[in-house]
Design a protein around this ligand. Structure first.
Ligand code: FES
Length: 158
């Protein structure tokens, strides 16, 4: 029905896509922790859209699958549980709050640090959720530092 089709992004599957879950899996949980070709990935299902990002936070490798989702300035962000860094689900941009010195009214606003967390393509087809890793050779992302290492659940140093 209407409701269901709004929740499904249906596209052609590309060759490198890896099946990570079924659409039904996201009925009970909005977050999926997975591994695609040895890379730790988190998939969020938020407001009917899927977003795949490197699982380990670009700052110090924090576990983003344990982070809360918050709307900041109209952008859905995951808040890293370790030091509360904010990462835009859609783009992987790091956000910080600051004051624009050129403005007379010194109100705090959200600014982008640029893309810090690598995002990956999600495709939904026939009830399956697929992730295609983005090409790591064309652009460096800070989260690449932590993408292939194994971390335990010890808090990282501040
Ligand atoms: Fe994510 Fe520090 S590890 S904010």
């Amino acid at each position: 029905g209407q409701q269901q089709s709004a929740n499904v992004q249906s596209e052609e599957i590309d060759e490198a896509a890896v099946l990570v879950a079924q659409v039904e899996d996201f009925k009970t949980s909005k977050t999926l922790r997975t591994t695609v070709n040895d890379r730790e990935i988190v998939v969020f299902h938020h407001l009917g859209k899927y977003h795949a990002l490197d699982l380990r936070c670009y700052h110090s490798g924090g576990p983003l699958h344990l982070g809360e989702i918050e709307d900041l300035d109209g952008r859905a962000c995951v808040i890293c549980p370790w030091h509360k860094f904010k990462i835009v689900l859609e783009s992987g941009e790091g956000l910080y709050q600051g004051v624009d010195p050129r403005e007379t009214k010194r109100t705090k606003k959200w600014f982008s640090k640029g893309v810090k967390q690598r995002t990956h393509k999600v495709t939904v087809r026939n009830g399956g959720v697929y992730v295609t890793l983005s090409d790591t050779s064309t652009m460096w992302c800070d989260s690449d530092t932590y993408a292939n290492e194994k971390f335990n659940d010890q808090p990282c140093p501040d």
